[in-house]
Write a new protein. Sequence first.
Length: 388
Amino acid sequence: TYAGMSFELTPEQTEFQAMARKFAAEEIIPIAAHHDKTGEFPHEVLGKMRELGLTNGHVPEKFGGMGLDLVSCGVVAEELAYGCTGIQTAAEALGLATAPLLVGANDAQKQEYLGRLVNDGVMAAYCVTEPGAGSDVAGAKTKAVKKGDEWILNGNKMWITNAGVANWYFVLARTGEPGQSAGSAFTGFIVERDWEGVSVGRKEWNMGQRASDTRAVSFEDVRVPDANRLGKGGDGFKIAMGAFDITRPLIGAGATGLARRCLDEATRYAKERVTMGQPIVQHQAVQFMLADMAIGVETSRLAWQRAAWEMDQGRRNTYYASIAKALASQTATKCAADAVQIFGGNGYNTEYPVEKLMRDSKIFEIYEGTSQIQRMIIGREVANRYGN
């Protein structure tokens, strides 16, 4: 038996894929438009996902989770995103919040805070972005000052997914001296939502992915026990960036799911819509658009699976993770725009599904590192890997 490269999923992964696909069709797609129009947080559907094991799969078995590998998590993410990326983002934000704990927390911290996700069904959020520090994480101004066995935390975070429903936050704060390099100037903390001095802003009404809860979070003289510090003082930037190696392949998987939905909707419509005496799927101009969409979907899936597989092998996957996110995000926005084009005037109307897909798609090129940041990372990696 050849034990090398394989494009087949394991029996367990195939089972998860079928379960997630069925769930997306029966539970997510029917309610997606409602949540897009109202902005209501999908508590009920997330509860059902948790009961089926479609969330928190990344939590190690030692702490009550399923301990799934990253490829398996990506398989689930792609299927859920096919249903609605707003709802999938609300679920996937749990993975982003917990990734820093997987990277840098001790067992007691994992037992307490990962345990809450699994046992109590609470939500969590990743607080790094600030009003003046998005792609420039090193420019973050939120500050924590050591005082005895506590840290006094002050600052403002912005565009925080799940902020309004989170039980706890991962917070990146500056603890070093002015001018200190980012690699040692920041520390990560676990901050509970109900601690004095923590306040959450209004829900932001975004272009798309409206089921996701996005808000500002402010910290005013919040007393954080030293026991809630992740790793050593100054390790925060490395922990926060290391978390992206886990989550960016999953963003790629989600973007691939949306792109696949666009391809499905556009192909179905092209078979039904008749012009010049034949279904438009028979017109070469439309066929070429569908072909390009298919190329994007298939190659994006290969990219996120490679990035996730590298992580599962215990290898640093930063290069592949950035490629997966950049490629799949670009694929999602192009597939969505092309789907609207194939639908023509109907595509621009809210009674048809593709206008929502187009609005939902754009954020993939922005959150968890813009496409330009991904290219900067890839470029640095290329300089080390090639031309030697």
